[in-house]
Design a protein around this ligand. Structure first.
Ligand code: PMP
Length: 465
């Protein structure tokens, strides 16, 4: 019998971690003092830590474990492929069966304009590919000056030089001399923060209009593409008004600007559609994906290349001087195939669209009554609660003083109460596995309510209201 007792104590793990492991997006010194939480096992939507605590993972790892943990079909696919052929590249006029089969399946499940894919190892690499590919496209067509890519403040497109430049996170730009040249940003479609007195729909059109203003300011003959996440994920699950994306599409069409949908979070069922662009009604030219393509079991990313672009690259482009060792990694592709087939078999996209997504929306409407919640939003199986101060009658909300760090206070309660929820500023966000049942949504909602109550008690005790 194999032992389930971890081979080291939590303290021992933490000491070794602090001594050797530099974590992503982490203040190294403060984590070393505090000690990491060590996650040792997972099943379905639950994690276990090194002290044996059970935790409901309402973030699907990092927005990726769409089919939940412990799916035997994915484990078998990886094992089989590791034995058969653990690696071969796609550089030198070679290919492997899983990569070819996955390319075929991706062109089936993505919108009709996509029949080709360029593989990467991650979402960041996918977006680096986007930058090089759109510039190459315009170059081949004899418009090398069309190189500017427009993105949005508070967008997240990865952490490589190009990914972080496309992203609109000021903290990231402040480190390492970013953004790289030729990237412009417009304001995000965040109604609660930027909507002023405008109605939601009207604000959506106004926010899309900022793209047109930027195109005109830069010069339409210099703009290569616009990139956006259908729903901003890491920015705080900001669901745009329904009027936003159709207007963005109209503006891109008007100026011949390529539209890139970053589907790294929204892809593979998260919004109740296969891809977020289908939920919001756009026809992107390129689509970045990662995370949910393998449910995070192994790394894989890529870019779906629309036929309009593929035709130019193939027929007029010659060699495209770009690629990664792991472009089309056979084990990753084998797992992705099993993952996508499982999503189809379990009808997870339909389930989120018709059942669990609407149910989560209903549950979030109830959570919106909590005295700390100023706004509750969902889209498929993603949700956000904006924490703010409301007066005694539950009237207009005012933000907490930034030094309170209300999101982190609430997140601390979640951690201590067996729930993984993420804090982005004052927004508490979730993106649970798509296999989640209604009963598990109820279980999660009860935990959320308990953590909100504990946070409210802190507010009273500390005079934060
Ligand atoms: N795009 C979006 C929308 C993302 O959310 C992320 C990761 N959270 C990325 C790109 C980058 O993906 P990766 O971390 O796999 O490089």
């Amino acid at each position: 019998m194999t032992s389930t007792v971890p081979p080291r104590t939590t303290r021992e793990w933490q000491a070794a971690d602090a001594a050797h492991f530099l974590h992503p997006f982490t203040d190294f010194q403060s984590l070393a003092k505090k000690g990491s939480r060590i996650i040792t096992k997972a099943d379905n939507i639950y994690l276990t830590d090194s002290d044996g605590h059970r935790i409901l993972d309402a973030m699907s790892g990092l927005w990726c474990v769409n089919v939940g943990y412990g799916q035997q079909a994915l484990i078998d696919a990886a094992t089989r492929q590791l034995k058969e052929l653990p690696f071969y590249n796609a550089f030198f006029q070679t290919a492997t069966p899983p990569a070819i089969e996955l390319a075929e399946l991706l062109s089936e499940v993505t919108p009709p304009q996509f029949s080709r894919v360029f593989f990467s190892g991650s979402g960041s690499e996918g977006n680096d590919t986007v930058v090089r590919m759109v510039r190459r496209y315009w170059d081949i067509l004899g418009h090398p000056q069309r190189s500017v890519i427009i993105s949005r403040n508070n967008a997240y497109h990865g952490s490589t030089m190009a990914g972080a430049s496309l992203g609109g996170m000021s903290g990231m730009h402040a480190q390492g001399g970013l953004p790289i040249p030729g990237i412009e940003h417009i304001e995000q479609p965040y109604w609660f923060a930027n909507g002023g007195d405008l109605g939601r729909d009207e604000f959506g059109r106004v926010a899309a209009g900022w793209l047109e203003q930027k195109i005109l300011a830069v010069g339409p003959d210099k703009v290569a593409a616009f990139i956006g996440e259908p729903v901003q994920g890491a920015g705080g699950v900001i669901v745009p008004p329904d009027t936003y994306w159709p207007e963005i599409q109209r503006i891109c069409d008007k100026y011949g600007v390529l539209l890139v949908s970053d589907e790294v979070i929204c892809g593979f069922g998260r919004t109740g559609h296969w891809f977020g662009c289908e939920r919001f009604g756009t026809r992107p030219d390129l689509m970045t994906f990662a995370k949910g393509v393998t449910s995070g079991y192994v790394p894989l990313g890529g870019v779906m290349v629309g036929d309009r672009i593929a035709k130019v690259l193939i027929e007029q482009g010659g060699e495209f001087e770009h690629g990664y060792t792991y472009s089309g990694h056979p084990v990753s592709c084998a797992v992705a195939l099993a993952n996508i087939r499982l999503i189809q078999e379990l009808k997870l996209v339909e389930r989120v669209r018709d059942d669990t997504g609407p149910y989560l929306a209903q549950v979030y409407t109830q959570l919106a009554d909590h005295p700390l919640v100023a706004e509750a939003q969902t889209c498929g199986l993603m949700g956000a609660l904006l924490l703010a101060r409301r007066d005694a009658k539950g009237g207009r909300a005012r933000p907490f003083a930034p030094e309170v760090g209300i999101g982190m206070v609430c997140r601390g309660h979640c951690f201590a109460n067996g729930l993984i929820m993420r804090a982005v500023g004052d927004r508490m966000i979730i993106a649970p596995p798509l296999v989640m049942t209604r009963a598990q949504i109820d279980e999660m909602a009860a935990l959320i309510r308990r953590c909100l109550d504990l946070t409210l008690a802190d507010c009273h005790r500390n005079g934060w209201l």
